[in-house]
Design a protein around this ligand. Structure first.
Ligand code: GSH
Length: 202
């Protein structure tokens, strides 16, 4: 059984839950209460020195970085539909996984962490920076979804689970996609059982 260090308001942790539900993998969630600062406790730092969730424990193997965890689970369980082996499709999956980590995710954190979770202590300049970057990111995402049901073709992959977790995070700041392809895609991913079950209970 996998152990996942998790916090329900973490988009990075939720994307791992989405895949584990979709793939029927057995897991136990270890709640790291970030609101109480548990991610910076000595105990948790010995699990993940980056003071971040998620962390996956698989016996003697310990992995942090959410997208690396997604790849690990797919390779270990032969989840080829979620992480296709065909090179052109695999390349698309990798591109969007990395785009999320390098471009969308930092922007989402700028906005949501600072305008929602940190309350009055939030960095207003970071919120402004994030908001100013979103139009370009929305248009890149929407163009990538033109003429395709999911990011890498007609079936959902871990790229969709990863990206959609970031898009959902924006809803905490009352930001939702408006461009047609992205709206339709987000609705499709939101219909996946794994995605729905990963969401925090409101
Ligand atoms: N690149 C990491 C990012 C993980 C991350 O930023 N997690 C956030 C919650 S969404 C966190 O734990 N932040 C606390 C901190 O950075 O101190 C991943 O993909 O797993």
């Amino acid at each position: 059984m996998y152990i996942l260090y998790h916090f329900p308001y973490s988009q990075h942790a939720r994307r791992v839950v989405s895949l584990m539900v979709e793939a029927n993998l057995e897991y136990e969630l270890r709640h790291v209460d970030m609101g109480k600062g548990e991610h910076r406790s000595t105990e948790y730092l010995s699990v993940n020195p980056n003071h971040q969730v998620p962390t996956l424990i698989d016996g003697d193997i310990k992995i942090h970085e959410s997208n690396a965890i997604l790849r690990y689970l797919c390779v270990k369980h032969g989840l080829d539909a979620w992480y296709p082996k065909e090179l052109p499709v695999r390349a698309k999956v990798e591109q969007w996984l990395d785009w999320n980590q390098c471009r969308l995710s930092p922007t989402v954190v700028d906005i949501v962490l600072n305008s929602v979770f940190l309350g009055s202590a939030g960095d207003k300049a970071a919120v402004e920076r994030g908001l100013s970057r979103m139009p370009e990111l929305w248009s890149i995402l929407d163009a990538g979804l033109a003429g395709t049901q999911f990011l890498a073709g007609s079936r959902p992959t871990i790229a969709d689970l990863s990206l959609a977790s970031s898009v959902f995070q924006l809803t905490f700041a009352s930001i939702t996609p408006t461009a047609r392809n992205t709206v339709d895609w987000f609705q499709r991913v939101s219909g996946l059982e794994g995605f729905r079950k990963s969401l925090p209970s409101q």
